[in-house]
Design a protein around this ligand. Sequence first.
Ligand code: ATP
Ligand code: MG
Length: 393
Amino acid sequence: MTYQSFLIKYAEIGTKGKNRYLFEDALIHQIKNALKKVEGKFLASKESGRIYVQAQSKYDYEEVIEALQKVFGIAWICPMLQVEDKDYEHLKKTVAEYIDEVYEDKNFTFKVESRRADKEYPIHSEQINRDLGEVILQTFPQTRVNVREPDVLLRVEIRKLVNIYSLMIPGPGGMPVGTNGKAMLLLSGGIDSPVAGYMIAKRGVKIDAVYFHAPPYTSERAKQKVIDLAKQVSRYSGPIPLHIVNFTDIQLYIYEKCPHEELTIIMRRYMMRIAEQIARSTDGLALITGESIGQVASQTVQSLASTNEVCNMPVFRPLIGFDKQEIVDISQKIGTFETSIQPYEDCCTIFVAKHPVIKPNLERIRRSEESLKEKIEELVQAAVETAEMVWCD
Ligand code: ATP
Ligand code: MG
């Protein structure tokens, strides 16, 4: 069967009253965005509590399903047959044709569930269920009715048009991006931060990202890798403006002035400060990192407390309680893993001390930062002002 339309079902939670319109509009916006990258012409629209995608040209079914399965907020994707002709005899014929085309093997149990949203329609849903069930049984004698646990649940909705569907393909769940503000993702080339961005976008948060690079200590390839990762996350989150900050002078300055075992922590504190500053100028309300307790020296609880101290915005750390393998599993599922494991240097690893502090003492870190007083403000401002923006879509 070549489906011309899809019924998009979303979870009802959080969609009461006024929120519902915002939710639906954001969902339609994201669906259109996702389908822009698919060959063909599509219409996404809503009709009282229903969202439809209609193909207006030839298209590739697998490609459309794959794109829709990345749109947060979609609970189910139902390929359907949509017919204009509401004539009852025509409907019976259409339903039989539908079953014939969709199910090659007719050895199944079924149930018909019809809904009559168009109250003008002369036949009640109970009667429609019985009549259509009868048609299916007569046309395909191998089929049987099972109202409790049918193999096939055929839904027939009488609305402006008639919707006929029985297949339900799971969507990614979550909330449509754009329904929950905006946050700034600290995106490195590692495995964790792309996953963290994906998880926060799944809750409806729009994502901006910031990457700190340190040329010539980190290469163009390392930067390109982060751009590639941002593009991969954007297939779920929608376009990501990626701010690329030149961190070299700040790193060299810290290297010159501070105890080497504290380098990583102090660098991370400056990353957070700069990320927050850029977030403020782009209406971001929170920061996102890929940190997880205990994964590396800079992620002990003491280290996290120390990097957190410099932020006034909330910092979202969706991976905080995850084991590495759990994070790897998600990165494989969302397709960022292969890029993340490419072996390009990260600015954090180049200046890293042999024996970094594992339990940084806040007082001591603050004191060390005192020795940066002379130039650091100026360097931070220069880094913010010279940041380059790459649109990742
Ligand atoms: P990831 O796998 O995300 O790189 P990681 O295990 O390497 O994380 P760290 O290097 O301690 O951990 O970094 C912790 C978090 O800090 C990262 O998840 C990321 O959010 C942020 N971060 C680290 N380095 C950078 C960078 N160069 N640019 C932007 N953000 C960074
Ligand atoms: Mg890293």
